[in-house]
Write a protein that binds this ligand. Structure first.
Ligand code: TXA
Ligand code: MG
Length: 353
């Protein structure tokens, strides 16, 4: 077991001493968890194949699922990507730093393990002063998947990171709450029109406004598991965001969703199951279940996104057998929320009507 050191840092003005110590760990091939505006990431030197391999091990992440390379300056993209299309440059100007990851054709100098053997590389500039300071002080691009054990919801606090990875990584930079709460949007710009591979913190509507047509990978709209040949982003193949309890997602018109969840609660109770309901502010009052939690108001899907992963982790602590989750509209960040909920349910979805 490693000794994991936690440094508390100011999220706006991170202390140089902590950043310097963490950057030295990165340069020596070690693993540092740090906050970004989306979720906490687990960082390693992207150009050091051994360090990246150790990162996969620490997370228990399958080697065929490539992580995202984080840079501090758009200029750094030209050292990693062989081809940067005009539409990509436009989006880099408009959305970086921020929750948008772009997939480019890569240079051979990027280690294979960093891109899981693909000929493309995923890159973003995070909008968080701790992440940016760490990348700059390390003097190298930092590869960083979400800082959770594979299969767990992504961490939005340093405590979540500690719960999953204490003893497995070198440093945690504790810098408050990850504001957005879902991961970055992943967009493949190695083809035209660009293709959305993962909905996330940058809404699809904003991308379409910036560059016109964006194609949706079939997986985004999928309401059941797709066969492997249809999966492009390797991460799509792996079970994600899986809480311990079984999740049933109920989608449709709100009063009917409520009625369905109440009926399901009753039938679960007759089987002596402990039932959790993942509701919204508008509906939470109406449920009688063992545990009821609200994701926030339906009028603010940004807030729903910010709460989602924390609530899934909280349900794990409550030892419920089943989580009955309400669907939300797929507008704005709602598309990312529904994508995560559908995956968490293993596509166990009930539509009314
Ligand atoms: O917000 C985020 O993106 C967070 C923070 C830490 O920046 N990171 C994150 O990383 O969510 P991770 O590794 O958990 O998710 C990376 C996603 C996966 O779905 C992976 O399949 C996809 O990006 N990806 C990475 N490289 C790719 C590539 N070359 N082509 C297609 N998809 C790729
Ligand atoms: Mg992840």
């Amino acid at each position: 077991m490693k000794q994991t050191v936690v440094y508390k840092v100011n999220p706006e003005h991170p202390e140089g001493s902590a950043i310097g110590a963490a950057a030295a760990v990165i340069r020596a091939g070690g693993l540092v968890a740090f906050p970004t505006e989306t979720v906490y990431g687990l960082g390693a030197d992207a150009m050091n194949a051994d360090a990246v391999l150790a990162l996969f091990k620490a997370k228990r992440r399958p080697l065929d699922n490539p992580p995202i390379v984080h840079v501090a300056n758009a200029k750094d993209v030209y050292n990693l990507a062989e081809e940067v299309p005009a539409k990509a440059e436009l989006m880099m100007k408009q959305f970086w730093p921020g929750p948008l990851t772009l997939v480019f054709r890569k240079y051979a100098s990027v280690p294979d393990v960093t891109t899981a053997g693909l000929d493309t590389v995923a890159i973003r500039i995070p909008k968080h002063n701790v992440a940016l300071a760490l990348i700059r002080a390390s003097g190298t691009p930092i590869v960083a998947p979400s800082a959770n054990l594979a299969g767990k919801p992504s961490p939005t606090t340093a405590q979540h990171v500690f719960d999953d990875l204490n003893g497995r990584i070198d440093v945690i930079l504790e810098g408050g709450l990850a504001r957005i709460g879902v991961e970055s949007t992943v967009l493949d710009v190695s083809e035209d029109p660009p293709m959305l591979l993962r909905p996330g913190g940058t809404p699809l509507e904003a991308l379409e406004k910036a560059v016109g047509e964006v194609r949706l990978h079939p997986f985004i709209t999928a309401e059941k598991e797709l066969p492997p040949e249809k999966t492009r982003s390797p991460g799509m193949r792996h079970r994600h965001y899986a809480p311990k309890a079984q999740v049933i997602l109920v989608e449709g018109i709100v009063p009917l969703v409520m009625k369905q969840i109440k009926e399901l609660t009753m039938s679960c109770w007759t089987q002596n199951q402990r039932v959790g309901v993942l509701a919204t502010d508008e509906t939470a009052w109406a449920y009688e279940a063992d545990v009821v939690k609200s994701m926030g108001t339906r009028r603010n899907l940004d807030a729903v996104a910010a709460n989602l992963f924390r609530l899934l982790r909280e349900f794990d602590e409550e030892n419920v057998d089943i989580i009955l989750a309400e669907g939300v509209p797929t507008e704005g960040l709602g598309l990312a929320v529904m994508n995560r909920l559908r995956k968490a349910s293993g596509y166990n979805i009930i539509k009314v009507p």
